[in-house]
Write a protein that binds this ligand. Structure first.
Ligand SMILES: [Zn+2]
Length: 381
């Protein structure tokens, strides 16, 4: 293959063309999640379902400006809109807040104001149940992420600041109840465990909170919680998957150093302290030294860990991080198909999905087109 994922010597302003292999894989994802099933939605969500394909198509449209991708994105979101009518899940990644938020943003890009307003109206109807957890995939943090996505892409008051503020206060109230002022100021439980990672735990919740306007005492608690995690990580530098865990095994976005690294990059940008810059870089070392995972996806696979280096590159501008991202991406490009067919790599439980399958890998390949703008889908904003 003559093309490269990243062409080093191109003039900066020239629009780079995406890798043709990435675009053909994108078509394969559309086939595997949408066309093959006769365009019926079995699973609507962004994580394992067909909304992930719509998100990938939106990314592809952003890179190529091919309107067919945007139209197909909207067609899939419309089917998800119908399929999620009885859903009680209210987050971006696993719930119908993701359907409404992506629908509104894609409709706006398409110039269809009526459709945009339809999705915005449905989003504003979302009511959070009182027993809703706090983490990112199913909880309040995941609802807030959808609000942030809308406000970034549609306009700052698409979701009112009062609405978001009340959810932020609920998150602090609950976190302080389980937290401890002297050690870890904020703590949460999900299914009886006190998780640390991005998907279900502290890293994911702190990441969302750092995008909000916070009071000084709230900022202190977020910083204190992150410092507690840094001070109590494993001797290897990896992060616990949950409070008290002694198993230094998982190095994933969902559990372990990669998800925490992305959160620490955000902390470094928001708080501008050396502590968080260094901790982010140290978490990146863990990801590099532990090496390649056996899966391709972004949740617990090589593509997700690639974003750690892209994020550190954005933070520090150090070329070694871009080199590392390219090394991981090139490995996937050259080897993943063969290793999966030989059974040496796992194709993921939902092999075409955005978070577990090749959907996320293709998303990352498209992001490699302009590494300075790469953002972990559903996590970095
Ligand atoms: Zn995972």
């Amino acid at each position: 293959m003559g093309e490269r994922l990243y062409r080093k010597n191109q003039p900066e302003k020239k629009k780079l063309l995406p890798h043709s292999y990435a675009l053909s894989l994108k078509d394969k994802v559309v086939w595997g999640t949408w066309e093959r099933s006769g365009k019926r939605v079995r699973d609507y969500n962004l994580y394992t379902g067909v909304l992930g394909t719509a998100y990938l198509l939106f990314k592809s449209y952003q890179v190529t400006r091919n309107e067919d991708d945007l139209k197909l994105c909207l067609e899939i979101v419309e089917a998800c809109d119908v399929a999620s009518r009885d859903s009680e899940r209210v987050t971006f990644i696993c719930g119908y807040a993701g359907v409404c938020a992506l629908g509104a943003v894609a409709a706006k890009r398409f110039g269809d104001d009526q459709l945009r307003d339809h999705y915005l109206a449905r989003f504003r109807e979302i009511r959070l149940p009182s027993d809703l957890p706090y983490e990112l995939l199913y909880g309040r943090a995941g609802y807030l992420w959808a609000c942030l996505f809308l406000n970034k892409h549609i306009g700052s008051e698409s979701v009112s600041s009062e609405r978001m503020r009340s959810v932020v206060e609920e998150i602090f109230r609950a976190g302080r109840q389980l937290g401890n002022r002297g050690t870890c100021p904020l703590m949460y439980e999900w299914h009886g465990k006190r998780y640390w990672g991005a998907a279900h735990g502290l890293a994911g919740i702190m990441n969302v909170l750092m995008h909000m306007e916070l009071e000084p005492d709230e900022i202190k608690d977020v910083k204190g919680t992150l410092s507690y995690m840094i001070q109590n990580r494993f001797p290897s530098g990896n992060y616990l998957s949950s409070e008290g865990s002694e198993s230094d095994r998982l190095v994933h976005w969902c559990h372990g150093a990669p998800g925490v690294a992305l959160t620490l990059v955000k902390a470094a940008q928001v708080f501008k302290t050396k502590e968080f810059v260094e901790a982010a870089m140290e978490a990146g070392e863990v990801v590099w030294n532990r090496g390649l995972l056996k899966r391709v996806g972004i949740c617990h696979g090589i593509s997700g860990n690639t974003y750690v280096f892209l994020s550190l590159y954005r933070l520090t501008g150090k070329p070694e991080y871009l080199y590392r991202a390219k090394a991981f991406a090139s490995f996937l490009l050259d080897k993943s198909e063969k290793l999966i067919s030989e059974g040496k790599m796992h194709r993921g439980d939902r092999p075409f999905s955005l978070f577990e399958g090749i959907g996320g890998m293709v998303y990352m390949f498209l992001d490699m087109n302009d590494p300075t703008q790469a953002l972990f889908p559903g996590y970095e904003l």
